[in-house]
Unconditional design. Sequence first.
Lengths: 153, 161
Amino acid sequence: MDTFTPVSALAGGALIGLASAVLWLGIGRIAGISGIFGQLLPPAAATAAWRAVFLVALVLGALAASFVFPGFGVGGPNGRPATLVSAPAWTAIPTPVWLAIAGLLTGLGTRIANGCTSGHGICGLARLSLRSLVAVVVFFGVAVLTVAVTGVV
Amino acid sequence: MNNSLKLTYLGTAALSGLLFGAGLYVSQMVDPLKVLRFLDFGAIPSGGWDPSLAFVMVPAVIVMFAAVRLGRRRSAPLFDRHFSTPAFDRVDARLVAGAALFGIGWGMSGICPGPAIALIAFLPQNLWIFLVALAAGSWIGSRFAPQVQLADAAASPVAAE
């Protein structure tokens, strides 16, 4: 099991930072995925075009990288197949229901808090936003607690 | 013509999306099980903890921090008339409640919104269930979102992400 991968983590993180920098300096937008995604939904904003372009490129970027740099871990011709978690057995919840609840809470929470790991976690911290720092501490803390309580790993 | 429909504007969005997706793959944050191995602090004593996610965040924040500093010297981004700085900066109960709900969802699944969408490239089983639920949750949440969200619909400078 390839657990700790500092070099690819640093390289990937730099790419994500560069992506956020390009969006900010190019068009003055925060690369916050939950916001870019959420504001595509009805009532669609006038800015739906760039949001859709960004999200399609996000998928293509992951796909292309898995072919250009194969074998990093999950995905691509040399990677392991990507898998999602299974619901912990003790909960007796079917996995699809578990994932639906997780997705619903993720969508709801990121929308109410106006951001996720990218918008608050990367762009917000880089902007030295107190609001984003609070969001990051809360969602990381609660996620760590959730893993500890559910034993989902 | 609306700036946001120009080729330079959409091309910038495409370049950013490509880099972001590549970064998620290279860092392996597309792997929910790897993200969960970071969130599993209980594995620290046994040495099974995977600190990789922290190693993703640090360079990402540093590069973006430099971009924000660079942006402060300019009155506008390259291809628009203004920076869409989030205008809503209050720390309130809604922020904490929303972040906590997201934390529960993230801890249950190991999937945050970026990887959720990037994973369409690799189509793990049950991904669509998560994505449909994500969209539904986001749509319901928009009923409770701060008013500044609406400003974005008019492409005003006070958009929030």
